[in-house]
Design a protein around this ligand. Structure first.
Ligand code: ZN
Length: 226
């Protein structure tokens, strides 16, 4: 079941107070139209009646997709809620879930993302059948080979599923401060496909590298740089 709640917010443009209905959780199977809105970036978008500005409210969202047996928690990374704190808190929550859920109940795969673009990237990957761990492995090697140009502190590397094809995967760089998208990088699809075969034979190396719930090459690199 999807759930929304009433929130009191301030228009970032004119400062008017608004009472709005915003989604806190979405079930993609029950409410496919909400999933579409999320993928089109229109979910939790507010149009201010006073100044006509339209803006998005980024807040924690729980996304459940029973068809793919996955549960994604989006916790926006902010100054007040930095990456480390989100990851620590989430580990505790997961431990608590694992403690209370009986052994014979199958828990969906749980994923954690820290930004809206990563959430959308993951949704597109799931729909197109990409293996997120292999994709992050590819990103890890792109970052590692180009550390001077593609500094993980400065840039997110995102898979552009819609522009990827049978020959190559298309990645785009996003500046983490300005959110601007810049240059694109391509990676041979056959190399990705062979890695998927390796994964099918023995996924251990990939799982050791990206155990989850936050499966992210950038995160791993930021941790390694400390
Ligand atoms: Zn306004």
């Amino acid at each position: 079941m999807s759930r929304s709640n009433t929130y009191h917010i301030t228009c970032p443009s004119c400062g008017a107070q608004k009472t709005v209905e915003l989604y806190e959780s979405i079930n993609a199977a029950d409410d496919p139209q909400l999933k579409d809105a999320l993928m089109k970036n229109t979910l939790n978008r507010v149009a201010c009646a006073d100044c006509k500005t339209s803006f998005r409210v980024d807040m924690p969202l729980l996304y459940s997709d029973p068809t793919h047996h996955i549960l994604i928690h989006w916790m926006p990374e902010t100054e007040a809620m930095p990456r480390k704190k989100i990851l620590e808190d989430f580990d505790q929550t997961l431990d608590q879930i694992n403690e209370i859920v009986p052994d014979d109940v199958s828990i969906p795969q749980v994923r954690l993302v820290l930004s809206r673009v990563e959430l959308l990237e993951l949704l597109f990957m799931i729909e197109a059948g990409f293996n997120p761990r292999v994709v992050e492995y590819v990103k890890y090697s792109i970052y590692s080979r180009n550390l001077e140009k593609v500094d993980p502190k400065e840039f997110r590397l995102l898979l552009n599923v819609e522009n990827s094809n049978a020959e190559e995967l298309c990645f785009v760089l996003q500046n983490t401060q300005t959110q601007e998208l810049s240059s694109t990088l391509s990676y041979g699809r056959p190399a990705y496909d062979s890695m998927c075969e390796l994964y099918a034979e023995n996924p251990d190396e990939f799982i050791d590298m990206f155990p989850g719930p936050c499966i992210s090459a950038r995160n791993l690199l930021l941790d390694e740089m400390e």
